[in-house]
Design a protein around this ligand. Structure first.
Ligand SMILES: NC(=O)c1ccc[n+]([C@@H]2O[C@H](COP(=O)([O-])OP(=O)(O)OC[C@H]3O[C@@H](n4cnc5c(N)ncnc54)[C@H](OP(=O)(O)O)[C@@H]3O)[C@@H](O)[C@H]2O)c1
Length: 284
């Protein structure tokens, strides 16, 4: 019999990609503000993950063997929900003996001492990073068997993601757009991350697991790579910039060391260049 998988944030960017590929599971997803959606073979349940009662009813209905908790990002009111949702799901996972995988972020670090391994101390400098760091701590105290996956910027190569859509739009509107050359991340292709997480869902991996892409890229390199991929010519309104001159408070270098995941998982992590080749080949 197939194991039962619950993906929270089933209409979200990563959650939806996970559910599209989850055919080795009996799959279910949650929705919150999204009124309805559908995917073949997947059941969806409306649930506010901040509500203990709604979470209990959800667990009774789905009876999952594994939860991949992607819900509650930095979008909309998601930040407020990060800590309560993490706590409720972690408690349920212990009470019901469910494998629990929580999505966290490289933004739990301050960006001053990269590369970051799983052992490095966290020091978030923005409200999103702070909420995610608190959620990690709470989960570890409630369920030491849980896997906490820290990932980095997610990009899509079939349909432009939110940020790439804005970048492409700016080539039409002429809106000034700065891409930081001093902000380094390990961006990962959302399809690659979804496959890696589905492998994590079949294993017991307690503790923190870094799952960023194999290359450390600055925002300019990533933005230019994605414009090239979607066949859009760069316009003069898109300029190189620095966090320093912007006056913003952002972590600079969030390069993550993901070698633990390389040792534990069979599926490889692919670079932007490799992912672009794979996308072109599969669309022929
Ligand atoms: N995207 C990135 O670049 C990135 C980078 C690092 C880490 N991450 C982490 O990876 C995970 C997935 O990110 P994503 O970009 O796929 O997120 P996303 O597209 O913003 O989706 C987040 C989902 O959370 C759900 N949600 C928000 N509040 C909720 C609540 N109270 N109860 C139930 N559901 C709620 C929303 O459901 P509705 O739409 O139905 O309202 C939404 O679908 C997040 O945990 C994020 O922090 C993302």
């Amino acid at each position: 019999m197939k194991p039962r998988l619950l993906v929270t944030g089933g209409a979200g960017f990563l959650g939806n990609h996970l559910l599209r590929r989850a055919n080795q599971f009996v799959a279910a997803g949650t929705l919150h503000a999204t009124p309805s959606t559908s995917l073949p073979g997947v059941t969806f349940h409306v649930c506010d993950l901040q509500s203990p009662e709604e979470v209990r009813v959800l667990m009774d209905r789905v009876q999952p063997d594994v939860i991949i908790h992607t819900a509650c990002s930095d979008q909309g009111k998601g930040i407020e929900a990060i800590l309560p949702a993490a706590g409720l799901l972690a408690m349920q996972s212990v009470e019901r003996n469910i494998r629990f995988i929580h999505l966290s972020t490289d933004q739990v670090f301050d960006g001053t001492s990269a590369p970051y391994t799983e052992e490095c101390p966290t020091n978030p400098i923005n409200p999103y990073g702070k909420a995610k760091a608190q959620a990690e701590e709470l989960i570890r105290s409630l369920n030491p068997k849980a896997t906490i996956v820290r990932t980095s910027l997610l990009y899509d190569l079939r349909t432009p993601d939110r940020q790439t859509t804005r970048l492409i739009e700016s080539t039409k509107t002429g809106e000034q757009y700065r891409l930081f050359i001093d902000e380094l991340r390990c961006p990962i292709w959302v399809e690659n991350l979804a496959e890696l997480l589905l492998e994590v869902a079949t294993k017991n991996i307690p503790g923190i697991l870094h799952l960023g892409g194999p290359d450390s890229l600055n925002r300019w390199e990533l933005g230019m790579g994605l414009l090239r991929h979607f066949g859009v010519t760069q316009t003069l309104n898109i300029q190189k910039g620095t966090i320093e001159e912007s006056g913003l408070c952002r972590p600079k270098n969030l390069t993550m060391d993901s070698s633990r995941s390389e040792r534990l998982l069979k599926k490889p992590r692919v670079s932007l260049q490799e992912a672009r080749k794979m996308t072109v080949t599969s669309e022929r």
